[in-house]
Ligand binder design. Structure first.
Ligand code: PEP
Length: 256
């Protein structure tokens, strides 16, 4: 069994539809200058597509990695407005799939998330696969079923090695951008269910190795209690990641 300590924490910033190339580069420069514990935690910045080149150039000589917020699964062709994984060469080493805003606002389905995850892995990038229940689903006692179904549909299509190399973000929909974070107990319980599901689908080695973040209103005020919990391998951070000092505090809290 891999001990939880053996999984390297990962903190990713999802800037959503904020920042262009210039202010994105400025924010990336500010993050890289925060004196972060890069030896103990992976740090990823996910700017909007138009900022990828500027941010990638800014952090090139630093340990900060860059991720895309969205990709399409086909490699090229008549898909106006879309960006493929091969088009991210030299720009990004991570890509998010299944963010709840993509699911809710743009109709992304579990099957889409599976296709995107396979394409991200095939292109040599690391997927950050976001899953999570809505408030209605939680109130109806369906959280475990929702997470099991979302995780199974993506990870049954992968190999155990691809699963180990992936990152999962547990992001309860009701906690994203609301200022209402899950309690450490809720996050730890749900992440435990996700890891159990990965074990059912891909075996215990993959389940021990896959990194599972918590995301949903993580801030400098709540990051210590969330990220000190066993099994929570870092965070996916939206709003607070637009402030370099706030994001740095979260990265430090994730470092073992
Ligand atoms: C997110 O966008 O993935 C997120 C968790 O946002 P916030 O931290 O603002 O809730």
């Amino acid at each position: 069994m891999t001990s939880p300590q053996a999984r390297r924490p990962i903190v990713a910033a999802n800037w959503k539809m904020n920042t262009g190339p210039d202010d994105g580069a400025k924010l990336a420069r500010a993050v890289a200058a925060q004196g972060l514990p890069f030896a103990r935690v992976d740090v990823v910045l996910c700017p909007p597509a138009t900022g990828l080149a500027a941010v990638a150039a800014t952090v090139r000589s630093t340990p900060v990695a860059v991720g895309a917020q969205h990709v399409y699964w086909e490699a090229s062709g008549a898909y106006t407005g879309e960006i493929s994984v091969p088009m991210l060469a030299g720009l990004a080493t991570y890509a998010i799939a299944g963010h709840s805003e993509r699911r809710q606002l743009f109709g992304e389905t579990d099957l889409d998330v599976q296709r995107k995850t396979l394409a991200i892995l095939a292109g040599g990038l690391t997927p950050i696969v976001a899953v999570g229940e809505s408030l209605d689903q939680r109130d109806a006692g369906q959280t475990l079923d929702v997470l099991r179904s979302q995780v199974t549909l993506v990870f049954e299509a992968l190999s155990p090695d691809e699963t180990s190399a992936s990152v999962i973000a547990y992001e309860p929909v009701w906690a994203i951008g609301t200022g209402r974070n899950a309690t450490p107990e809720q996050a730890q319980e749900a992440i435990g269910w996700i890891r159990d599901t990965v074990a059912e689908v891909q075996g215990s080695t993959a389940a021990d190795q896959v990194r599972i973040q918590y995301g949903g209103s993580v801030s400098p005020d709540n990051c210590d209690e969330l990220l000190s919990r066993d099994g929570i391998d870092g965070a996916l951070v939206g709003g607070a990641s637009l402030d370099a000092a706030a994001f740095a505090a979260i990265v430090r809290a994730a470092a073992p």
